[in-house]
Design a protein around this ligand. Sequence first.
Ligand code: CP3
Length: 341
Amino acid sequence: MTGPSRQRFLDAAFARPVDVPPVWLMRQAGRYLPEYREVRKRFAFLDLCANVDGAVEVSMQPFDRFGMDGVILFSDILIPLPPMGIEVKLDEGGPKLPDPVRTAERVLSLRSFDPSVETRFVMDIHRALKKAVAGRAATIGFCGAPWTLATYAIEGGSSKSFVNTKTMMHREPALFEQLLGKLADVCGHYLAAQIEAGADVVQIFDSWAGELSYEDYERFIRPANERLLAKLPKRGEVPRIFFASGSSHLIESFGRLPVDVVSVDWKLPLSEARRRIPMRALQGNVDPGILLGPVGGVTEAVRAAKLDAGPGGHIVNLGHGILPPTPPESVAAFVAAAREA
Ligand code: CP3
């Protein structure tokens, strides 16, 4: 049977020919795995993100079971916020930021930091993960995008309507741009440090991009993403994946970013994404909900995604993160279907 391959991942990301498309799943290290829940009994989530042995162990769990072509760093997009001066708590109810950023004074007080010092644990995890994976798969580093992080910083947690964020954006656009700029610089340096520590691939999560109109995305957000990407080493060695869910109206804008792969969700057929941004490899786009159903449906969905994407420049993935009640058998079927010739 075909096994995992680091080279396959890099080749597909740069739209070079591959035997079969590479496969991994967003949030593949997480609560759907009993062995993850076992480790979580010993650590609070944020403590696990800071513990080198624990984080490497949970990153490796899905790889050891299913042999994906990519192994993602175990961490969270909110990790760079505390060293900037934004406190973060993460418990059952999701992220909570007790002192949200809503004034000029607060934006001004946010600090930049040296990621190899103040988030050294992340770089240590990358180095240890690289050793554990030992070239058998691509290691994936990541960060949040400025807009998505700004929503957490301004709302103080998850949000449905983004009222406070949009208030700042439309009432104090200069202040909002200043905050985005600070986040872009911090995240750019942070992601560059992950590459320096050995990440083979990087992904930028702009999870809530789809909340914005094309005009607002172009005016405020794309420049911030470009500012982040400008901090990375030059293109061509470490592939850059850009993820945003529910944002098919923005895909032409994503297609102009200096990234190699655009990740799309199940609301946009891969063939249509291909037609609209032919110069980028694609990642996705199976609905994580399908993995809650029978394995036959999972196999069919992966086959359909492969067929729709066409032969090259495709990384098989979900359209968003795996859901906690997913049976591990579904993930096994997902990987097996990706490996079919
Ligand atoms: O396997 C992986 O993909 C690696 C790790 C990873 C996590 N979070 C672990 C995690 C990654 C890549 C993220 C990114 C992340 N974090 C995003 C962007 C991706 C997306 O889903 O759109 C966002 C928006 C966050 C912020 C965040 N972290 C939220 C909203 C939550 C709570 C929701 C939830 O799923 O519980 C978290 C917590 C979190 N991050 C968990 C994990 C495994 C659950 C914590 C636990 O074990 O209890």
